[in-house]
Design a protein around this ligand. Structure first.
Ligand code: FVH
Length: 291
């Protein structure tokens, strides 16, 4: 296991996130070589002690560990494909957001090239890197995760999900799905009260503690889902969860009903299938089986 700061790290991609990752490495004393397609983005990091490489090839040659944080899967291949020879025998940690199948594809590409591969999904914005609340999900080579864990922990809390390189991405995108739908729910509520003269800020002050309290239901839903019995007593039934009144109130405010309609459709499909007396967690069956 790496326990000192002697690892020489190469960082490819100095967008907002790549710069934050490189900055955390430099702050911890790691010798860091940086490269970015558009010159000039390394200047701030060079002032902190980084070396700027003129080419991605030079950056890869600088050390044993290569971190890639580019825009997307296509840009990763564009940069790495010509460098498979240089990467052979080195370790590649890719924290670019990719789909599970793209992560698996890159892991296979790396295996063919003789590169040890770890895939990462960053659950943080750049300002959070190295601070409490940041977490990074990993899958792929367990050896790489174990060897470099102290270094990876510099960015945030590190979790490892297994040798299947697509798993970190799967968790990453599943968590983002939950976030986006929650954000859409907040926007819907803010749009609903706006015609009544309520500012988004006033609504946010109410919504944040309410939604935070509601996350307590996750564990209860999970216990029902994992138990496989949606008839558990004490739950709010799907009949009671009919969102018709929310739709009517939204229409009454003159706003779109799309966000609430989406949830209502999931509820209604289970009611139509005869499960109206069962608990709200049952809507996961609507999601698992596309209508
Ligand atoms: N920023 C965030 O909040 C999120 C948090 C969760 C994870 N994401 C993912 O991290 C990847 C990088 O995100 P970013 O915020 O650094 O993105 P940008 O600031 O837009 O920088 C993009 C870098 O990618 C380079 N690049 C793009 N296309 C190419 C290419 N064909 N060849 C070489 N480099 C390329 C770009 O270079 P340049 O435009 O400066 O020349 C930037 O360095 C991303 O997957 C997020 O989903 C961040």
């Amino acid at each position: 296991m790496t326990t000192d700061n002697s690892v020489h790290v190469s960082v490819l991609g100095l967008g907002a996130m790549g710069s934050a990752l490189a900055g955390a490495l430099l702050k911890a004393g790691h010798a860091t070589t940086c490269w970015n397609r558009t010159p000039g983005k390394a200047d701030g990091l060079v002032a902190q002690g980084a070396r700027a490489a003129d080419t991605a090839r030079d950056a890869v040659r600088a050390g044993p560990l290569v971190i890639v944080c580019l825009l997307d899967h296509a840009s990763v291949h564009e940069v790495l494909d010509p460098l498979s020879g240089e990467l052979a025998g080195r370790t590649l940690v890719n924290v670019t957001t990719t789909s599970p199948s793209q992560s698996r594809e890159l892991a296979e590409w790396a295996a063919r090239a003789g590169v040890a591969y770890l895939d990462g999904g960053i659950m943080a914005v750049p300002q959070m890197i190295g601070r409490a609340g940041a977490s990074v999900l990993y899958s792929g080579s367990a050896d790489v995760f174990e060897q470099y864990r102290p270094l990876l922990d510099l960015w945030g809390d590190s979790s490892y999900f297994g040798e299947d390189a697509g798993l970190a991405s799967l968790y990453d995108l599943a968590l983002l799905a939950g976030m986006y739908v929650m954000f859409a729910g907040f926007m819907h509520g803010a749009a609903m009260v706006a015609p009544a003269g309520v500012t988004a800020g006033e609504f946010a002050a109410r919504a944040a503690p309410w939604l935070t309290a509601m996350t307590g239901a996750f564990e209860e839903f999970a216990a029902v889902i994992d138990g496989g019995d949606y008839t558990v007593e004490g739950q709010q039934s799907l009949h009671f969860s009919d969102l018709g009144h929310l739709l009517a109130a939204s229409s009454g405010q003159g706003i779109s009903t799309e966000v609430v309609s989406m949830v209502q459709r999931l509820v209604q499909r289970q009611i139509d299938a005869g499960h109206g007396e069962e608990g709200f967690a049952r809507i996961i069956e609507s999601i698992k089986q596309p209508g």
